[in-house]
Design a protein around this ligand. Structure first.
Ligand SMILES: Cc1cc2nc3c(=O)[nH]c(=O)nc-3n(C[C@H](O)[C@H](O)[C@H](O)COP(=O)(O)O)c2cc1C
Length: 377
């Protein structure tokens, strides 16, 4: 079986991390916010953060990755615009656009995506996200309750698929109504993008089973993940469809296991103790089932980085080092590949990997780890 590998583009910039505290060349906040530091670059050589994303995308396409996830948070740039920039700088790199359906009109989204498909030879993919509630949801002006957000996502994808065929397509849903809509030729002849679908709640699984090609999860304890993948596959079978599964996970891979854990230790020892204390108490303020499933295995007593090892080569302190998801894989090149193989055994068909700093790590993971994974194409 061929396993697909994607990388992740840091569309929030590459700030100094806890492992490397120096200002970094891909930083989003060039000029440290000084007056006059607007625009893309304040460097004498003009090298900008967008150039840096281009370097990462090119590195990914020549070292074994099919494409990359472009996340979408209040703190990131906008994925469609980023993709249009990077399409000119890459040949095969596929753009996985993260977006919350609720914030776009589905007919507009269909047209934007078909245009991108036409301009790039079909290199667009979707990461459909439905939001984690709380203050960050209100930032977008969205106060729709959790399960209704998934109803809206399902309807959005119904309409997107419907109008993509060229129409005339009519729809009368709770959130969307269209009449005799449809993409014009030649846009309607473009390939509909594959959908990676994120969300761990029951409502998410229902929506994924109707529309997704790939059900996408953060890394969870392996048994828990196997159970979730089985559940989504069973639900999709009931609809007479097939779904694949994918894992989005950060890795720290080095030539030896000792070197990999030394990276973790270096980052952990530089942490502010208050950040570790906050980790124990953290509630997040949202309604994301996925986020609480991820953190559930994390121990409450944290005196050393070793306390956060929840399975062999799985460390649950990644959010401390660089924000974002909790669990990641740490080990030698061989060990990281073996854990990815374990994930394939429990149902994964694709991965979205990441590690910082992104550019160097694209080459390292692409050249040292991917060839060791058995199903790598
Ligand atoms: C792999 C993955 C990537 C995600 N990327 C984003 C993102 O880029 N932007 C965002 O706002 N939320 C992102 N999310 C969070 C989802 O929007 C959503 O909050 C989460 O999956 C909660 O849904 P649930 O309650 O069904 O688990 C992501 C979630 C997963 C699993």
């Amino acid at each position: 079986m061929a396993i697909d590998f994607h990388w992740r583009l840091p569309s929030h910039g590459e700030p100094s991390t806890h492992r490397n505290r120096e200002p970094y060349r891909g930083d989003w906040f060039f000029g440290n916010g000084q007056p006059g530091s607007h625009g893309l670059s304040s460097r004498a050589d003009g090298f900008s953060y967008i150039d840096y994303l281009g370097e990462i995308a090119r590195a990914a396409e020549i070292s074994g990755f099919q494409g990359g996830l472009i996340p979408s948070f209040p703190s990131t740039d906008e994925p469609w615009a980023i993709s249009a920039f990077l399409a000119q700088q890459t040949r095969t790199f596929r753009f996985m656009l993260a977006f919350q359906p609720g914030f776009l009109n589905p007919v507009t989204a269909a047209r934007m995506t078909a245009t991108l498909q036409r301009a790039t030879g079909g290199r667009a993919l979707f990461n459909v996200i439905t939001g984690g509630g709380g203050p960050s949801q209100l930032w977008w002006g969205d106060s729709v309750p959790h399960d209704d957000r998934y109803t809206r996502t399902t309807e959005f994808l119904d309409v997107l698929r419907g109008v993509w065929q060229g129409g005339p397509f009519s729809y009368d849903g709770k959130f969307y109504q269209v009449q005799d809509a449809g993409l014009a030729e030649p846009l309607s002849r473009e390939e509909f993008p594959e959908i990676y679908f994120s969300g761990s709640s029951d409502a998410a699984l229902s929506s994924a089973s109707k529309h997704a090609e790939y059900y996408l999860s953060w890394l969870e304890p392996f048994d828990q993940l196997r159970e979730k993948f089985d559940r989504v596959k069973q639900r999709t079978d009931l609809l007479g469809r097939k779904i694949k599964c994918a894992v989005r996970v950060d890795v720290i891979a080095r030539a030896t296991e000792e070197e990999a854990w030394a990276e973790v230790r270096k980052g952990f020892e530089r942490l502010d103790p208050a950040a570790i204390a906050r980790l124990r108490e953290r509630r997040g303020g949202g309604d994301s089932v996925g986020a609480s499933r991820q953190g559930a295995a994390r121990p409450l007593t944290i005196n050393s980085y070793k306390d956060l090892i929840i399975e062999p080569n799985v460390w649950s302190g990644f959010s401390l080092l660089r924000g974002g998801q909790t669990n990641g894989i740490v080990g030698s090149y061989e060990q990281v590949a073996e854990r990815l193989d374990d994930l394939v055994q429990l149902g994964a068909d694709a991965f979205i990997l990441a590690s910082t700093p992104h550019l160097e790590e694209t080459y390292r993971v692409g050249e040292e780890v991917l060839p060791l994974v058995k199903g790598h194409r």
